[in-house]
Design a binder for this molecule. Structure first.
Ligand SMILES: *Cc1c(COP(=O)(O)O)cnc(C)c1O
Length: 431
């Protein structure tokens, strides 16, 4: 019998039969191992917050929370997701450069641990909302630091950005604490960039962020009850990349954390991780509909594509690099051919894999994109050509759970209205 990709003993052909394709499959054991691989080595004072942006599925959030993760959210729905997943408000922080009044009000009304403010006008709005409610709003300041991260996939600090408040500016704002009496300025947050694959860079960032937080708290006379050192821990996707070594990373980080906690024993330390926690645990499974050749190249036209997995087109690079891919139902067959793996969209950009080494592909095969648990459908143009959202299945402790239903045509059409040419202006204004 041919060897098949399995998740905790459940064969991929069985998953495809039960749930259809395209499909995202998450392995709960892989999620747990990933979380604990870091948690069990990391200094206990450093708390791990899960960045829902990477994968906002409520069951993924709940499962990570059951292992000990807290939540970092950036929209009203992400906040609601985290709370419904069972994360207590005191384990939730909210950040993002353009929070609405409604979102900020929800932060105060639900009693989350901290609102991470990214501009002075935002602090002023929080101050106003807190006064209306007769509460003191816990606010951490996101700093856009002077220094930039080296060797990250996407740098955030050290240049003009919509994120955070420039370090130079903040040091001049010594009146902040007095100016906003209903705001409890309690911490500092810095996020340096994403997809970092060098342990030493993360250690250096953390050291500099903790140092910046200390200097800032002295200069502004703010109590340092929390420092959020960001994260940006990457996973390897492409040839030539290698994964972070959790042991090497924590061997470097822990003394820095220990040093800081010795001086600030009451300060809560936070690391925000999205991709690192979820990427490896997810596989995107597509069914092959047709195979053909064009001008000498082979094409496998699949039922899934870049509308669910934009990242696979190639992130942070102009050259197409392929995610790890395989014909999941015939794992033991050698990759003797090169295949372009494409989807149903009417654009040449809908190419999930270019010249991927695969065994001979046949219609009905299941092609998988590994390491796809982060920045999948929610970071992709899912409405392009109206195919909508795929199904998502979590396999945990040997059981399969449908954690997201596939969009049906009615789901995609129900918010559109066919105009009536004879009707008066009956626009319902939405806010
Ligand atoms: C996107 C983002 C994260 C999560 O990033 P990953 O690279 O997925 O870990 C964390 N913090 C902030 C501020 C972000 O913008």
């Amino acid at each position: 019998m041919t060897r098949e990709f399995q998740v905790q003993g459940v064969r991929v052909s069985e998953l495809a039969r039960r749930y259809g394709t395209p499909l995202f499959v998450y392995d709960g054991t892989a999620l747990r191992d990933r979380f604990h691989g870091l948690r069990d080595r990391l200094h206990p004072a450093m708390e791990i917050f899960y960045s829902l942006k990477a994968n906002p599925n409520i069951s993924i959030c709940a499962l990570l929370h059951s292992f000990g993760a807290r939540a970092e959210v950036s929209s009203l729905v992400e906040l609601t997701t985290a709370l419904r997943a069972g994360v207590p408000p005191q384990q939730v922080i909210f950040l993002g450069p353009g929070k609405s009044r409604q979102e900020l009000a929800a932060c105060l009304d639900t009693g989350i641990y901290a609102v991470v403010c990214e501009s002075i006008p935002e602090v002023a709005l929080v101050d106003e909302l807190a006064r209306e409610r007769g509460v003191k709003a816990p606010v951490a300041l996101r700093v856009n630091p002077r220094f930039a991260v080296k060797r990250s996939g996407l740098a955030m600090g050290g240049r003009p950005r919509q994120f955070g408040i420039d370090e130079e500016e903040l040091f001049g704002r010594t009146d902040l604490v007095k100016r906003f009496p209903d705001v409890d300025l309690m911490g500092v947050q810095v996020y340096m960039g994403t997809r970092i694959l060098h342990e030493a860079v993360i250690v250096e960032n953390t050291t500099r962020i903790l140092d910046l937080a200390e200097r800032l708290s002295d200069a502004l006379n703010l109590e340092l009850r929390m420092v959020d050192v960001g994260g940006g821990l990457g996973v390897s996707y492409f040839d030539g990349e290698s994964d972070l070594d959790a042991q090497v990373l924590t061997d470097g980080l822990n003394p820095v954390i220990e040093d800081f906690t010795a001086r600030h024993p009451g300060t809560r330390l936070i690391m925000e991780l999205g991709r690192y926690l979820t990427a490896e645990a997810g596989t995107y499974v597509m069914g092959v509909r047709y195979t053909k050749t064009s001008m000498g190249e082979r094409f496998a036209v699949a039922d899934g594509g870049t509308h669910h997995h934009m990242a696979a087109v190639g992130i942070g690079s102009f050259v197409k690099r392929n995610f790890p891919m395989a014909v999941l139902n015939r794992l033991d067959e050698p990759a003797t051919e090169e295949w372009n793996v494409t989807g149903p969209l009417c654009t040449p950009g809908d190419t999930i894999g270019k010249k991927v080494p695969l065994p001979p592909v046949r219609p009905g095969d299941l092609i998988g994109v590994h390491r796809s648990g982060a920045y999948g459908p929610t970071a992709s143009p899912g409405l392009f050509l109206s195919h909508g959202y795929p199904a998502e299945v979590l396999v945990h402790e040997g059981r399969c759970h449908l954690v997201r239903e596939r969009d049906r045509p009615d789901d995609l059409l129900k918010r559109q209205r066919l105009y009536d040419p004879t009707a008066q202006d009956n626009t319902t204004h939405e806010r």
